[in-house]
Design a protein. Sequence first.
Length: 242
Amino acid sequence: MPDRMPATVGTSAPTRRRAPFANDYVAIPVRTRLVRAGDDLAAVVSAAVRGIARQGDVIAVSETAVAIAQARTIAAETIRPSRLAYALSRRAGALATVNQPESLQLVIDDVGPWRVVVAAVAHVAGRLLGKRGMFYQVLGEAIAAIDGYTGTLPPFERTIVLGPEDPNGAACAVATAAGAHAAIVDANDLGIAKVLGASPGVDADHVAAALRGNPHGNGDEQTPVVVLAWRGPGASPLVVRA
């Protein structure tokens, strides 16, 4: 998430979590200034992590901050949801992106109404069979590329954020500017984390596992950057060794 405070650069309290690869690492949430369209995000992140990130660390950057810097946003007021969008969004879970008719309308525009209806039918059938998430499995990246406005900090509280362009390139730019490894990530409070792009050498699976506790936060923490710091003995499992 972007930072609410334009002039503040700092860190939140480091958190030490038990990772699935047995050893402890430190996740350090880092504040940045407010990210806006057209910003050089690599420079913003580099300034924020100076003195915090070391060469072997991994800098995890929220996909939302990347997409906002790339101007990949749409004001919700400019979208006119269809009856289908309204009908299906009312039946979505409270934390789902598609519980917002404007966000669901973008999905409908992308894949067509019939595919969305098929996904809804699959969702109902899956629930009857004890399977969850069928709606998202059918639609895949059409939904993954949209971040609804619930929980987004001002001035983006009524802004739908699309997926970032070229996340690998964005990660490489951050890594070069900051002198550490970098990954563009999508994490939430539901225990789901995904690496969308990374600089060479990053172990995407381990980074995703390390972020399942969502140290970025989903509220007003103002920390779109998390430094995953390995301070224990031996090589960091977050980085692939040649």
